[in-house]
Design a protein around this ligand. Structure first.
Ligand code: AMP
Ligand code: GLY
Length: 426
């Protein structure tokens, strides 16, 4: 069949690379894609949120299946756009309808959903622009650190965790009073701070049943030892050793099943991924956040571990027939390390020539921010490449990724040296 994948990051390269291997994949189009996805299919220069452009492409290329990578088109209602169109409505789309995407698009919606369906999460209250005094009063009932979340999408920057009351007050003034994140902080969720270890669990659902995909841990800060600014993610490991069977059973029973049932009860026909950010608090899981897509770079370790034909899996999801699929997972460990542009997550230069990718033998090199220019592959974003390797354990997989990374170079390249180090006990 002909498939369209929306997005342009490392997540999309990993998805494209694996879908391309399916016997069901005839023609694969990626909009807009990157230099890596261009090796798996045809890149089309249409933005992932250009609905009319996508409609035209789907009709011209006779697309049978659409996979949505990033959250933006979902929050803007791409799935609803397909359902409402007389020509497109029968084409399966993997990615939730707008009402489901609100789980990521609005923190207040997500918190109310969890409360309604008794899903464990931090206690909270939401405050609107005109409730600044009430918000400050609520802060005084909590103990530090304080967790303040802009309600809407804020490019991953909307969560602030001040350690003093003065800082929290100032943050609230900026977020609610001065629209620090624009419309996204017109409402602010204030919640209890949870102390524990973070991990992510990925779920694929067709709105009736679900499959638990592998767990992963992401390395969010720019510096070794989890220091410095937050980034989109500097590396990832799957599976997560501390997410053992007992813990995952709790996640499934207390979080995944009530979430899928809650969506059904709320009348939301959710077909797509759910990426559940969790805090393990003394062995008990609490939801930190929902995302309505796969994580990046978590995808670069989760997807290669899926041995089931990805196109069959996705088509069944879109058609509401996920129960017919048997999910097979590679038991090996996967580790990915991100190479980023010097300066990221602040300002950085683009257009640096990348050398040596062809020398990598033992790893997959997934492109994130790359493009082709005059027969060279050059950097085109902050996060540039994700180098993924398999191993019998984390030690073996991470060593392979770092060895492969040594083959690749570009001006100003930076990477964390400690991906997986904190988990080295297996
Ligand atoms: P989010 O953008 O929702 O993933 O939040 C960003 C980060 O803030 C998370 O990855 C956590 O490290 C942290 N965080 C969010 N909510 C809480 C909470 N209630 N308690 C402790 N840390 C939190
Ligand atoms: N790696 C975190 C995210 O994709 O949101």
């Amino acid at each position: 069949m002909n498939i369209l994948l929306l997005g342009s990051g490392g997540r999309e390269h990993a998805l494209a690379w694996q879908m391309k291997q399916s016997k069901h994949c005839e023609h694969l189009f990626i909009a807009p894609g990157n230099a890596g996805t261009a090796e798996c299919g045809v890149n089309v220069s249409i933005a992932a949120s250009d609905f009319q452009g996508i409609r035209k492409l789907v009709m011209e290329e006779d697309i049978h299946l659409v996979i949505v990578g990033p959250e933006e088109p979902l929050v803007k209602g791409i799935h609803d756009f397909f359902l409402a169109d007389p020509v497109l409505h029968k084409i399966p789309v993997v990615g939730p309808v707008q009402a489901g995407a609100e789980l990521e698009g609005s923190k207040d919606f997500a918190k109310a959903f969890m409360k309604r369906h008794s899903i464990p999460t931090a206690a909270y209250q939401t405050f609107a622009k005109d409730q600044l005094p009430q918000a400050k009063k609520f802060l005084r009932t909590l103990s530090p650190p304080y967790v303040l979340k802009a309600d809407g999408l804020a490019a991953g920057k909307g969560v602030v965790i001040p350690t003093s009351l003065e800082d929290a007050d100032r943050e609230l003034d900026e977020m609610l009073g001065q629209a620090k994140f624009g419309d996204a902080s017109a409402k602010v969720v204030i919640e209890e701070f949870l102390k524990g270890i973070e991990l992510s669990v990925f779920v694929l659902t067709d709105g009736k049943t679900y499959k638990l995909l592998p767990s992963a841990k992401d390395y969010k800060r720019i510096g070794d030892g989890d220091t410095g600014l937050n980034t989109g993610g500097m590396g990832a490991v799957s599976p997560v050793p501390f997410a053992d069977e007992k813990f995952l059973k709790k996640v499934e029973e207390r979080i995944v099943i009530p979430t899928v049932k809650g969506l059904i009860a709320d009348g939301i026909d959710y077909k797509g991924f759910l990426f559940i950010g969790l805090m393990n608090v003394n062995g008990d899981p609490f939801v930190i956040e929902y995302n309505v897509r796969l994580g990046d770079p978590e995808t670069e370790v989760v997807i290669p571990r899926i041995q089931t034909d990805l196109v069959e899996l996705f088509f069944a999801t879109g058609k509401g027939k996920l129960s017919t699929i048997d999910l097979k997972i590679d038991p090996r460990t996967a580790v990915t390390v991100m190479m980023v542009s010097g300066g990221y997550p602040g300002d950085y230069e683009k257009g640096k020539v990348i050398n040596g990718i062809e020398n990598v033998q033992d790893s997959f090199v997934f492109h994130a921010g790359t493009t082709k220019k005059d027969h060279s592959i050059v950097t085109a974003g902050g996060r540039v490449l994700a180098i993924t390797s398999f191993g019998a354990n984390i030690k073996e997989a991470r060593e392979k990724s770092y060895r492969s990374l040594g083959e690749i170079s570009f001006d100003g390249a930076y990477f964390r040296r400690d991906v997986g180090l904190d988990l080295l006990s297996d």
